[in-house]
Design a binder for this molecule. Structure first.
Ligand SMILES: Nc1nc2cc3nc(NCCc4ccc(CCO)cc4)[nH]c3cc2c(=O)[nH]1
Ligand SMILES: [Zn+2]
Length: 371
């Protein structure tokens, strides 16, 4: 029976970088009930139980081992109990590999109208029909169980940026109390895991206290929350220069909401193992293609007669069978195939980036310049 094993530190599979700048980068494998996750890993975002414009089997061909879903959206529609009755999210969406679900607090604050934060949890009105809901450490954890998540996220409060020290302190302390309740509500099973989320904004003593509080709860993995919330890359890296080291070296470290290729590379160099971001999918639908030549805005008129592929050596359907001119046209006339092909290419690009990073780490090579 496989379980979410810690990084197999004892088998020395963590390849610590020889080069001192990369000594924190590591490549590993997370074993779960739904298969292995090769890290550093990028999780495509499938908020409502689908990676937009992609079939799950297509997502699989890009090389993704795990995708992210959202408690907030799925509890509103179609409802967690209904998904449970229908066999769980894996069956519902025809994705048999690992699923990680965010716990909902972040999405409530960014999406729902009227909401009230209490010690108990967050009371909010659905952004869809205004009906009233409550999310708490207990209800979020139960919803994620009903969905059948492979990796359940603790219910936290994402501290906004900027925040004063006092604001960040009380927010982090609430997250610690909620983490304890989330851990207590978690039904632990082999092959499934729950990750704690540390907060503390940009204040290193608060980040340390948050880490200590959560390490006591012995989660299967840890996320660094409260980043990619407008602080910018420089400040984010400043926090990442020390925050990953506060977490257990033999457990997965997940940086939520990140990011662009350069953000991912910088975060891997600072010891991060897992990422999720809407950028490849959302920007793909908006006509932005990530290529080794940089970002291509395919709507630019200079592509309207460009009979070459986005990338001549890319194996995705967009590059194998179509030209920039066709993609330019599809995106301009808002044809659904445009969203599909651009998304497919971007997800392939992000997975190729992760594969190259894992290879460079395994070969003890620097990976500063690839992006
Ligand atoms: N539970 C929890 N979830 C989070 C999700 C997050 N997602 C982010 N950032 C995403 C930022 C982000 C948003 C939109 C785009 C598209 C731009 O075209 C890119 C990045 N930060 C985050 C922090 C938290 C957090 O503390 N706790
Ligand atoms: Zn391609």
């Amino acid at each position: 029976e496989v379980s979410i094993t810690k990084f197999p530190a004892d088998e020395r599979k963590i390849i610590a970088k020889a080069h001192d700048k990369y000594k924190k980068a590591r490549a590993g494998i997370i074993n779960t009930r739904h298969g292995q996750i090769h890290t550093p890993a990028f999780m495509p975002v499938g908020t409502k139980g689908t990676v937009k414009a992609m079939l799950p089997e297509s997502v699989q061909t890009t090389g993704a081992d795990i995708i992210l879903g959202n408690t907030y959206h799925l509890m509103l529609q179609p409802g967690a109990k209904r998904v449970f009755k229908l066999g769980g999210l894996h069956k519902f969406m025809n994705w048999s590999k690992p699923l990680l679900t965010d716990s909902g607090g972040f999405q409530v604050m960014s999406l729902s109208k009227l909401r009230k934060i209490t010690e108990e949890g967050v009371i909010f009105n659905s952004h869809i029909d205004g009906s009233k809901f409550m999310l708490s450490p207990e209800s979020s954890t139960e919803i994620q169980y009903l969905l059948g998540s492979t990796i359940t996220m603790a219910f936290d409060e994402c501290t906004p940026y900027p925040s004063t020290y006092e604001q960040a302190k009380s927010s982090m302390e609430l997250t610690s109390r909620w983490a304890k309740r989330s851990r207590k509500a978690f039904y632990s099973r082999d092959g499934y895991g729950q990750f704690g989320i540390i907060q503390g904004s940009i204040y290193n003593d608060l980040r340390l206290k948050s880490a200590l509080d959560l390490i006591e709860l012995d989660f299967e993995g840890y996320a660094i929350g409260g980043l990619a919330v407008g602080e910018g890359q420089e400040l984010m890296f400043k926090v990442l220069d020390y925050a990953p080291d506060l977490l257990p070296i033999n457990k997965p470290r997940y940086l939520m909401g990140v990011g662009k290729p350069a953000d991912i590379i910088g975060a891997v160099q600072r010891g991060i193992d897992m990422f999720d971001c809407v950028i490849p999918t959302r920007s793909g639908r908006n006509g932005q293609a990530f290529t080794k030549y940089g970002v291509v805005n395919i709507r630019n008129s200079k592509y309207k007669e460009d009979n070459t592929p986005l990338e001549e050596d890319c194996l995705c359907p967009a590059c194998k069978n179509y030209t920039k001119a066709y993609l330019h046209y599809l995106v301009k006339v808002k044809e659904i195939l445009g969203a599909m092909l651009m998304t497919w290419h971007n997800l392939m690009y992000f997975q190729k980036l992760m594969l190259r990073i894992r290879e460079y780490i395994a070969q003890g090579k620097d990976f500063d310049f690839i992006s």
